[in-house]
Design a protein around this ligand. Sequence first.
Ligand SMILES: [Zn+2]
Length: 123
Amino acid sequence: MYIKCKGYCFICNCPLEPYVKTDNKEKRELIRKYKKIKPIFLINNETYLKFFKLKVKRVCYSCFKTCSTPSQEVLRSREIGKIKTINRNLSLSRKEVFLWYIGLYKYVNKHFHNRPIVVYNDI
Ligand SMILES: [Zn+2]
């Protein structure tokens, strides 16, 4: 059982579309159960493509929606304290996804009974 992602966001360096893979059917069912017990909100971690001048980079949905190059008027008004622009990133970081995965790993190890029997037949 392991966790992987399809890349990292160009702006905030968050994992894009993380997923868990296993080779066992029982573990897969346990993962589905754990997702119902402790759900993880990954809609903001979906992959989107965004132009940076002439190059296309992969970014998360949160950065795609919120992060944009500020104009000079916005920068000027922010400097004098006219507006407060706080770009809050809503996508989950590597640490948050990994903490969720640690919880999943503990849950699967606790409830997994049907361990495969290794038989050595070298005849
Ligand atoms: Zn991002």
